[in-house]
Design a protein around this ligand. Structure first.
Ligand code: DX5
Ligand code: ZN
Length: 217
């Protein structure tokens, strides 16, 4: 379970990181939005650096930005353990993924709900993970789009058939109602924003979601 910090209390960032880690987060998911690839503008390098300084667990940086190639080295230096880029924003996905790997982080490729899953297939040999979006990137708290389920199943079946070591992730609209189906479809790295951050007790929310994922997988 990777909590997304998007809706957390940024006035007390260190405390939020500590609360999420104590609650059992295996990694933290940071949503970088540039106001161009998606309408909203969130935060950038200084926040990633601050989270990296206080976190013990891995940090995934989800780049929802145009021309991500321009900032890969900066986010790698800021401490991203996983750098996730959107296929829709890339002119040469293979080169971008290879660049990320050469900089140190694991290279993950994200696809928005409208992007056919077949479009990631040519790049599976150079990515460590695929992040299937189950909402339109841009906002937390949106309803889950079931289009992600067929994509996850497709990729899980492909990996079983053809081999490959890429991990399968899902991001958007995860709740106690949707985590079972995504886990059953093959998702291993499950991002949850509002389902954790809007709960009073992060530990209880994560425990319940993980239990539902384990029972369904
Ligand atoms: C959406 C972001 C998600 C978001 C998840 O653009 O990529 O990571 O923070 O939030 P929920 O779980 O509330 O959909
Ligand atoms: Zn995200």
């Amino acid at each position: 379970m990777l909590p997304a910090l998007l809706l957390c209390d940024f006035g007390h960032l260190t405390r939020e990181v500590e609360r999420l880690e104590n609650a059992g987060a295996v990694a933290l998911h940071l949503d970088i939005m540039d106001g161009r690839f998606v309408p909203q503008l969130t935060y950038g390098l200084v926040v990633v650096e601050a989270v990296r300084r206080s976190a013990r667990v891995a940090v995934e940086v989800h780049l929802m930005v145009e021309e991500p190639d321009r900032c890969l080295a900066d986010y790698a230096k800021a401490g991203a353990d996983i750098l996730t880029v959107h296929l829709e924003a890339l002119s040469d996905p293979r080169r971008t993924l290879e660049t990320i790997t050469s900089l140190g982080p694991r290279a993950h490729l994200a696809i928005s709900p409208g992007t056919p899953v077949e479009q990631v297939e040519p790049f599976l040999d150079v990515c460590d993970g695929v992040l299937v979006m189950s909402v339109q990137p841009g906002y937390g708290g949106q309803p889950f789009d079931p289009v992600a389920l067929a994509k996850l199943s497709h990729l899980a079946a492909l990996r079983a058939r053809c081999g490959g070591s890429f991990r399968l992730g899902v991001d958007g609209g995860i709740s106690t109602a949707t985590i079972g189906p995504v886990a059953a479809a093959g998702a291993e790295l499950i991002v949850a924003g509002s389902a954790v951050i809007r709960a009073n007790d992060y530990a209880q929310a994560i425990r319940e979601l993980e239990h539902l994922a384990r029972s369904a997988a």
